[in-house]
Design a protein around this ligand. Sequence first.
Ligand code: ATP
Length: 474
Amino acid sequence: PEKVMNKLVSLAKRRGFIFPSSEIYGGLSSCFDYGPLGSEMKKNIKDLWWTSMTRKHQNIVGIDASIMMNPTVWEASGHVSSFNDPMIDDKTTKRRYRADHLIENHIEKLRRDGKTDEAQRISSSYEQAADAEDSNKAFYDIIIAEEIKAPDTGSSDWTEVRQFNLMFKCNMGALADSAGSVYLRPETAQGIFVNFHNVRESNRMKVPFGIAQIGKAFRNEIVKGNFIFRMVEFEQMEMQYFVKPGTQKETFEAWREERFNWYKERLGLTPGKLHWYKHDKLAHYADLAYDIKFEFPFGIEEIEGIHSRTDFDLKQHQEFSGKNMEYIDQATNERYIPYVVETSAGADRLFLALLCDAYTEDVIDGEERVMMKFSPTIAPVKAAVLPLMKKGEMGEKASKFRNDLAEQFLVQYDDAGSIGKRYRRQDEIGTPFCFTVDHQTLEDDTVTVRYRDTAEQQRMEMSKVPEFLAAEIV
Ligand code: ATP
């Protein structure tokens, strides 16, 4: 698995999907830049999500809120006081670990080894510890009592457990005192909650309705790694759906089904690699929570969370802002603070899942190749135009063909090297179709289309190509 990740990281850099951030200065931990192909592909992911979540639903609209907000927002939401991770350091290596993850992994290992009773025993003390007044101390006690070791060194020389707040604080304006402090948002959701009435009134929305948003979020993650899986700056695609209290359960189930199907049928991830995970330990705001997980080469990990957030956020904002957050049902005159069901996905994690899922090594025409098996909808480059000869009438015809297609699609033009080499270059970036312009094209205005996955070829009228591509990119 590590080998696959290494190959992916190197392909991503070599072909311009993802670069380390500020690389010429040695980079910055957990920060990455999307290159020419990466930024196109990420845009395709976001467009697909946006279309599925807003335009296809009459009662969901989108917003684009600012990253910095009035700091009281984060007091109301609970992020200032409790958006913390419990950390513990290995004294010998100074490496830092999440205390809760160490315990969870230990329990999982016991279960795998068939020691279910022991796992159960630790699991119940872990649950108590999470709810304890001093959960830091309780986590520490479990780690010491169970002799849990550092995964990298096997050492068990631990520091105490401390809480780290995940929010980035910065100064606004000239004053460096706390009055000028603002946070970079750790989730996009709060921008939606504070705009509840603005969106409702301006767009005459009636409960149930949803507000969707795509935007950057920032978390001062201590434990990093696995390429773009966990970054300090990342992009979320969130939708908050406001419902009448009491109906959250059925709404939750409906969204659970819709989102799982989206991954299978629209984003096109391999269905067998998608899994559900039900949260037993719920966040302070939730009454029900499931994650959709994907089988990455480094493990089965979360790509989207679906949370029933109750009326926690709107209630908190009502209390902290002093503004009424109630909804009045015009038909029945009922008043209530709506409940919220949210779907929250990470654009970067979906990008990584697609990279991992697409990576294929096979043999075609007797030659080994690397192919990214992206769906035409997700693939950054939709087609390549390859003239058999660079110059003369053939080159001109191919250029014009490319330019016409470029009005609608991202198309590459490549006239350098053997045709086989050019196919390989396109296979490696996942271009689903190559169109070859040859001698026959000059006579009858047909081109050959070569399919990436099978390398099969077929003649097609040039004039039919735009229609063909549009049908493939759904
Ligand atoms: P994790 O347990 O992996 O830290 P989380 O449960 O804290 O994630 P949420 O707060 O539910 O994550 O955020 C929703 C989505 O945002 C996640 O499913 C993930 O796709 C994405 N996400 C969260 N944190 C990061 C990060 N540090 N880097 C990239 N994506 C992230």
